[in-house]
Write a protein that binds this ligand. Structure first.
Ligand SMILES: Nc1ncnc2c1ncn2[C@@H]1O[C@H](COP(=O)(O)OP(=O)(O)OP(=O)(O)O)[C@@H](O)[C@H]1O
Ligand SMILES: [Mg+2]
Length: 235
């Protein structure tokens, strides 16, 4: 479904990714795990063409080269993106935020306001609250809900648990599990492997702009050296 091959990318003159290979198949939940600054966000940006410049390799979605598309065109192709900074409209209410995607929705699909509210009941409870007054966890739920309303075929979640209290992170994990059971294909980035341990069909470990491991969780666990080398916090 999504395939990155040998992707090289830069911010201005500064190269951030040095040859990324990554694949997400239909219905799969793939997790990209790496330390702070490893290149997780940059990899996602190469897919949706946000900020970064792809200078080499290819980005294909359903067989089509999407490298030259504008961000809104990528969205129309069926890729939903929930960035790490969430980007809710702070001065609009929850209900108003949920109305925005209707204007650019690619199709009438499974997701509508009722279904996302069922997935995240708190959004129903706080529907008239300004998004800027929501907690971090609620903003994350709103951001995911908004993306779902475009009925994406692939959902990119950049560190969806970041900065959330454990109890709230658990709600987000439960929602992701639910999406998985509905067959939503997802690419999730995360610094802490344990948060995606149960959900991931396959994982990639990224370090300094390169993929250093790809495989199943069982394969990963067979070689503790990988975790030690690439995931432990550098002192
Ligand atoms: N807007 C930017 N301009 C210039 N360099 C950037 C920019 N964003 C990220 N970088 C650099 O690109 C490299 C990869 O960063 P990236 O944000 O992709 O990492 P990350 O894995 O998402 O980290 P984190 O877990 O902290 O979110 C880093 O060296 C970072 O300094
Ligand atoms: Mg990041």
């Amino acid at each position: 479904m999504l395939a990155l091959e040998d992707v090289v990318a830069a911010y201005g003159q500064s190269q951030a990714l040095h040859g990324i290979d990554l694949e997400v198949r239909e219905g799969e939940v793939v997790c990209m795990v790496g330390r702070n600054g490893a290149g997780k966000t940059s990899t996602m940006r190469c897919i949706v063409h946000d900020l970064i410049r792809v200078t080499g390799g290819s980005v294909r979605f359903k067989g089509e080269d999407i490298a030259g598309l504008e961000p809104h065109q990528v969205a129309r192709k069926g890729i939903g993106y929930v960035p790490e900074d969430r980007r809710v409209f702070a001065s609009l209410t929850v209900a108003e935020n949920l109305k925005v995607p209707r204007s650019y929705a690619a199709n009438d699909g499974y997701w509508n306001v009722e279904r996302v509210t069922e997935l995240f009941p708190q959004l129903g409870q706080f529907h008239s609250r300004l998004a800027g007054n929501l907690s971090g966890g609620q903003q994350q739920m709103l951001s995911i809900a908004r993306s779902l309303l475009t009925n994406p075929q692939l959902l990119l979640l950049d560190e969806p648990h970041e900065g959330l209290a454990p109890i709230v992170a658990r709600d987000v994990i439960a929602a992701v599990e639910r999406l998985k059971s509905l067959g939503v294909s997802m690419l999730i980035s995360e610094q802490q492997l344990h948060l995606v341990h149960e959900t991931a069909d396959r994982i990639y470990i990224i370090d300094r702009g390169r993929m250093v491991f790809s495989g199943t969780m069982q394969e990963f666990e067979r070689d503790p050296e990988i975790a030690r080398r690439y995931l432990m916090v550098v002192q």
